[in-house]
Write a protein that binds this ligand. Structure first.
Ligand code: HEM
Length: 215
């Protein structure tokens, strides 16, 4: 992987790598749209007997995957000793926001049928939805300030501090998943394990930096 990345220039990664990664990350949304199109036409499709639940779960899963992937970019880049993967971090984070928007749209439209009173009651009553909603609210300022203009406006230090919120969002996302599935289920625990490893890496780097400063 390191040798492949080293052989591609940053310019080529921007020109060809980014559109490729963009298209790949769009595939789940294309799959979902295509299957809804088939479902509306009463044709066989991949949404199963409960399309609304499939949509909610599918978009929730992809939100969490892209969230964790965005958290994995920095450790991966440090591991291979190249900053090139960082070129993709913003795009991955914005895709997490895109999929959580679809996740919410699916919940508001298919689950709640735009009944705002019922929806608000549900957000307050079911704790796992309150947790998911909090994660979404925290994700909004990160998506808004993801541009270079906002880095300048806030200053690099303050921008970085704000964007550390992504760890809290990851934790809330995993808690939301564990609570939603109820009981012992392996899938949410796999996500929890990946998040724990990413957090451990982050804490270790932080401690190393602190030790270097104090010596
Ligand atoms: C960063 C924020 C969020 C993440 C990472 C996330 C992730 C997930 C995941 C992984 C699932 C389980 C999928 C499965 O069982 O395979 C799920 C389910 C669900 N989420 Fe979220 N979610 C988030 C925000 C929200 C918000 C804001 C709402 C609603 C206001 C919401 C409502 C739901 C509902 C209702 C389900 C259950 C789906 C069903 O069983 O039909 N989520 N979410």
């Amino acid at each position: 992987m390191t040798t492949i990345l080293a052989s591609i220039s940053s310019k080529d990664l921007r020109r060809f790598g980014k559109p490729l990664v963009f298209s790949l990350m769009l595939l789940p949304a294309v799959w979902l749209t295509w299957n809804w199109w088939l479902a509306f036409g009463y044709q066989p499709n991949g949404l199963g007997f409960n399309p609304q639940e499939t949509s909610n779960r599918f978009t929730g899963d992809w939100t969490l995957r892209f969230l964790l992937l965005s958290l994995a970019v920095t450790p991966f880049s440090k591991l291979i000793g190249s900053s090139k993967p960082l070129l993709f971090r913003r795009m991955i984070g914005l895709f997490a926001f895109f999929y959580v928007s679809l996740h919410i749209a699916s919940y508001v439209w298919l689950d709640m049928l735009f009944d705002w009173v019922e929806l608000w009651a549900d957000v307050l009553k079911r704790i796992y939805i309150t947790v998911g909603f909090t994660a979404f609210l925290l994700l909004v300022p990160l998506a808004v300030t993801s541009t270079g203009g906002w880095v300048k406006r806030l200053g690099a230090k303050r921008w970085q501090r704000l964007h550390k919120l992504v760890y809290a969002i990851g934790i809330l996302g995993v808690i939301h998943f564990i609570m939603m599935r109820k009981g012992f289920q392996i899938e949410p625990l796999i996500y929890a394990g990946i998040l724990a490893a990413l957090l451990a890496f982050r804490v270790q780097k932080h401690l190393q930096k602190k030790r270097r400063v104090s010596t």
